[in-house]
Design a protein around this ligand. Structure first.
Ligand code: SF4
Length: 463
């Protein structure tokens, strides 16, 4: 356990401070010591330095974080790949500077000086922000909006899952009722955007293709009937798990303006797939992918997860080698973020081994990045999240013109997202940059019973 205390003030920066301490001491419990409290069990009690309040207000936090970084770096002998940055959207900081008209060299200098960000991560963040800016320029910004539809059902529950997901074998009989409630929510929320262009649609989950072909047909038919498609630049359906994909379902998607699908291996190592509770084979991944290609899908994303139990850089390299001949249009590479609930489950199932160290996670990220580049895919979106293995990042790589627009919108928060279905969070982005959110309950029964309340929350955002 690592404890910290504020003998000289600075409590207002506790959130950032926790992020930094956590990054220097990965996997350790971090506790704040109250005045007079002692922590005999603590390996280290960190006395937080005094913030320099003589600085202009906007510089106090950054200078404080640099000081903490210097002290912890000296104490541990470590440096952090992302410098003092603790937020999840490093590219957003850079995007802001690009919008202010700053040149990349100027931005790089600023990021080095203020955040200690340098080397490959700095290059990645700048390249990503430039690509994001280019892609977002095609949208209507805050004059337009995007639509997210959540289907919270999956063929089975993966061991590491932290999403809203109900296995079909136990909850399959709730799907029809769920769709009815969802359609009701669509009809009630559509008028909130009557005069605005819809830029992107994303059907995610869960696994949307856990629905039957008939149910998918109903869902897509309802979406195109309820929402205007004329301005839509991207319509994604996460086909997700290969064990949910059939020819009939893919043909159903093809009858609608679905422009991008995701078929997610996570790994091409069969032993890992078995271990994490995905009830499909490596061959099924390849089969589903080839089937989709043969039916004319020309924008297919594949998701990978780094840091799965028992995997290191060698397994990641092998996964990339197996994917290369398939030539996916984009790869989304996640570092496994084990949230508390799923970690407990993984421990109970004996699937957790000590997490990969920073060096190993970096080697995996490098293997993924090199593999993606060799496939002609370039970084276009980036986010970091808490609990992430090795304190690293998730990166989307895409062939030119095949970037996932909705993914960028989620990160850069440049447009309102109307999110419908259980467990999803709508986000209103106003022209002045203010952001407000409204969430839907996760539980299926509550979603049905409290749908009017969920709708009312969204009305408050946009009416
Ligand atoms: S496919 Fe995704 S949403 Fe479904 S159980 Fe697995 S991790 Fe969760």
């Amino acid at each position: 356990m690592i404890a910290f205390c504020f003998p000289h003030g600075g409590e207002e920066f506790e959130y950032d401070l926790r992020g930094l301490i956590g990054a220097f001491f990965p996997g350790e419990e971090i506790r704040k010591a109250e005045a007079g409290e002692s922590f005999p069990a603590a390996e280290f009690v960190y006395e937080v330095p005094e913030p320099d309040r003589s600085l202009p207000y906007e510089d106090i936090k950054n200078s404080f974080k640099r000081r903490v970084y210097d002290e912890l770096s000296e104490k541990t002998g470590r440096t952090l790949p992302w410098g003092t940055l603790t937020g999840i959207r490093p590219a957003k900081l850079i995007m802001k500077q690009l919008e202010e008209g700053k040149r990349p060299a100027e931005i790089a200098e600023h990021m080095r000086r203020v955040y200690y960000l340098d080397g490959p991560k700095l290059s990645l963040a700048i390249a990503t922000a430039q690509k994001e800016r280019q892609v977002l320029s095609k949208l209507h910004g805050t004059d337009g909006y995007s639509l997210y539809i959540g289907i919270p059902f999956c063929p089975s529950r993966c061991l590491y899952c932290s999403f809203t997901s109900y296995p079909v074998d136990r909850f399959g009989d709730r799907m029809e009722e769920y769709l009815d409630t969802l359609f009701y929510e669509m009809d009630a929320c559509r008028p909130l955007f009557s005069d605005r262009p819809l830029d992107t649609v994303y059907i995610g989950g869960g696994t949307p293709t856990a629905l039957s072909a008939g149910q998918l047909d109903r869902l897509l038919g309802k979406i195109v009937q309820a929402f205007p498609m004329a301005d839509v630049k991207e319509f994604t359906v996460e086909a997700g798990r290969p064990d949910s994909i059939t020819e009939e379902k893919l043909k159903t998607l093809k009858r609608y303006p679905v422009s991008r699908i995701s078929i997610n291996p996570q790994t091409m190592q069969q032993k890992t797939l078995d271990r994490i509770g995905r009830l499909h084979t490596v061959e099924e991944i390849v089969g589903a992918y080839r089937l989709a290609r043969s039916l004319g899908f020309d924008n297919i994303n594949m998701d990978l997860i780094l840091g799965l139990p028992g995997e290191g850089a060698a397994e990641v390299e092998d996964t990339l080698r197996q994917l290369a001949p398939l030539k996916p249009d984009s790869l989304t590479v996640h570092a496994l973020a084990v949230k508390r609930a799923s970690r407990l489950k993984m421990e109970a199932d004996g699937a957790v081994r000590p997490g990969p160290g920073q060096a190993e996670t970096e080697a995996m990220m490098r293997a993924a990045s090199e593999g993606a580049m060799q496939m002609g895919l370039f970084p276009y979106y980036l986010y970091r999240q808490k609990n992430m293995a090795g304190n690293l990042e998730n990166v989307g790589y895409a062939a030119p013109g095949k970037e996932g627009i909705y993914n960028i919108l989620i990160m850069e928060e440049k447009q309102s997202i109307l999110a419908l279905g259980a467990g999803n969070i709508s986000k209103a982005v106003y022209p002045d940059g203010q952001i407000e959110r409204a969430d839907n309950v996760k539980d299926l029964k509550e979603y049905r019973d409290r749908i009017e309340e969920m709708i009312e929350r969204k009305r408050k955002l946009w009416l």
